[in-house]
Design a protein around this ligand. Structure first.
Ligand code: GLN
Length: 522
């Protein structure tokens, strides 16, 4: 229900924007703080193999970005944005604190790994809580940013820019804090800090929710109160359903079914593929039956962009997997008078986003005024090229180690810089493209589809990363051989990025012919 009350403002934006900014900043603090430790926690503490570690990273990220389709739909139809964000926040707090219960460290006995089974199950269960929590919170807080502005308010775009900076401010600080606490003081301190961050985020949201002025309420409040199961109204049925969802995800995360082994796919990949096929079918039907010619062209342009973004995220998400492993094992981490943990160095990504945002906020209008602003498809192509070049930088670093045999620190800094230029020309542009190219009636669903592409990217990253799995990580690690392994992976990824970018650039004129507006959209 849209009220006509004008929102209270602060520094030229509705107060609701600041509530979204700080809630998402703390949510991302917890999300990335945990993610930066995840690979190391499972390989060093629970002694998973590299391959299992990369695959679990992909499985986890894949599910976390696939469920926003469901979270967005449920909020649109029943819960409303506010309740969905609160539900997501509660699940996330539980999940992050659950991660802090580390149990006993796994031990190697006569060549077999002995694990604390309860601790491992608690760990999987906590991941499931986080995944479902992200599914409810992430898409809906993003939609809420648009909702705090009156219709056609020109400040909405800059609101999204601020919001993206909030995301990265959270990611930056948490990689440094949790990445340090987890590896130096103990895993539970790192994960616990992430949990405290989420608790702060949830309380910011609960205290600030009045600033949404009823714009984030359920579309049909009476319907939520209708009884659908004995003793349960619709609202509580959805909450109970999300509890069952957590149980299902808990199992999916560790499912090793015979038919899966035979198909070579993980359960998460099957879930994501089924979702993608269903959404693909819906999309073809919807654009053919329910859209005007103009809308259809725009929706297809958007779909091409979303599909392309999968490749970008597949490369980008190496940062939490193979880049982390590379930095930890075969790179010098002494710089600026201190020794950095590999996990802390993931902060470089968010750092460059924060540093580059003002430049890009200036660049696009500057180019626009001169008629030189490239369209979204061309920007996406350059995003892929940058991701490829970043991999090229690391491939070079792996091939040219320093005197002590390890790769140099500053190559990683340069690689992050190039990668983040790519993120800046792709990710915020993509979010904006969803809101302008999608038909208004299905914009939340298309936002879910945008995140589903990240899900495929995560899973692709897990698969690609495991090409550089190294079994011997102890003192006996052969650094020269490991550098060659990582170098091989980075070279392959470089060609994937450059190739996909070149292919997209070649098709830009074709896309432009079919959709003038999309091509001129910033
Ligand atoms: N880094 C951004 C965020 O955390 C984008 C992530 C994504 O879409 N894969 O929101």
């Amino acid at each position: 229900m849209i009220t006509t009350v004008r929102p209270q403002e602060l520094y030229g934006h509705p107060k609701g924007l600041y509530v979204c900014f700080f809630t998402e900043m703390w949510e991302r603090f917890s999300f990335y703080g945990m993610k930066t430790l995840l690979f190391f926690y499972i390989t060093k503490y629970h002694l998973f193999t590299d391959e299992a570690g990369y695959l679990l990273l992909g499985t986890y990220g894949g599910l976390a970005y696939a469920l926003p389709v469901a979270g967005g739909l449920l909020a649109d139809r029943y819960l409303g944005l506010r309740k969905a964000v609160v539900l997501g926040g509660i699940l996330l707090c539980l999940g992050h604190f659950g991660m802090a219960l580390e149990g006993e460290r796994a031990r190697l006995m006569d060549g077999t790994v002995m694990r604390d089974a309860t601790a491992v199950q608690t760990f999987y269960f906590s991941l499931a809580l986080i995944i479902v929590g992200v599914g409810f919170l992430k898409p809906n807080i993003s939609t809420l940013v648009g909702r705090v502005y009156p219709e056609n308010d020109p400040r909405r775009d800059s609101g999204f820019t601020w919001f993206y900076m909030g995301i990265n401010a959270g990611a930056f600080v948490s990689s440094l804090v949790c990445g340090y606490l987890g590896e130096v003081y103990g895993w539970s301190y790192g994960f616990g800090a992430a949990g405290i961050g989420m608790l702060i985020g949830l309380s910011v949201f609960l205290r600030g929710q009045r600033h949404f002025l009823g714009r984030a309420e359920p579309p049909q409040p009476l319907r939520l109160r209708q009884r659908v199961l004995p003793g349960l109204n619709l609202e509580w049925t959805i909450y109970a359903g999300s509890g069952l969802g957590v149980l299902a995800v808990w199992q999916i995360l560790q499912m090793k079914l015979a038919f899966l082994a035979a198909s070579g796919l993980t359960a998460t990949e099957i879930v994501a593929l089924v979702l993608a096929l269903a959404l693909g079918g819906w999309f073809v039907w919807y654009t053919a039956a329910r859209c005007s010619i103009h809308e259809r062209a725009q929706m297809w342009t958007l779909m091409i962009l979303i599909a392309v973004s999968t490749v970008f995220w597949g490369l980008y998400e190496q940062t939490y997997g193979s880049w982390n492993a590379f930095a930890d094992r075969v790179m010098n981490r002494d710089a600026l008078g201190t020794t950095w943990t590999a996990g802390q160095l993931t902060a470089l990504g968010a750092f460059f986003i924060l540093a580059l945002s003002p430049f890009f906020a200036w660049l696009w209008p500057f180019l626009d005024k001169r008629g030189l602003n490239p369209g979204a498809p061309a920007k996406f192509a350059w995003g892929l090229v940058c991701a490829g070049l970043a991999m090229g930088v690391l491939a070079y670093a792996a091939a040219h180690p320093a005197a002590n045999g390890k790769a140099g620190f500053w190559w990683l800094v340069l690689a992050y810089f190039v990668l983040e230029v790519g993120e800046m020309v792709l990710s915020p542009i993509g979010l904006a493209a969803v809101t302008t190219l999608s038909v208004g009636r299905v914009v939340s669903l298309m936002m879910g589809v945008w995140f589903l592409a990240s899900a495929f990217g995560e899973m692709l990253a897990g698969r690609l990363g495991s090409l550089a799995a190294i079994e011997d990580t102890g003192a006996a690690l052969n650094i020269t051989a490991a550098l060659a392994t990582y170098g091989g992976l980075f070279t392959l990824l470089m060609w994937i990025g450059l190739g996909a970018g070149a292919l997209l650039l070649a098709t830009v004129p074709w896309i432009r012919r079919h959709d003038g507006r999309a091509a001129s959209h910033a």
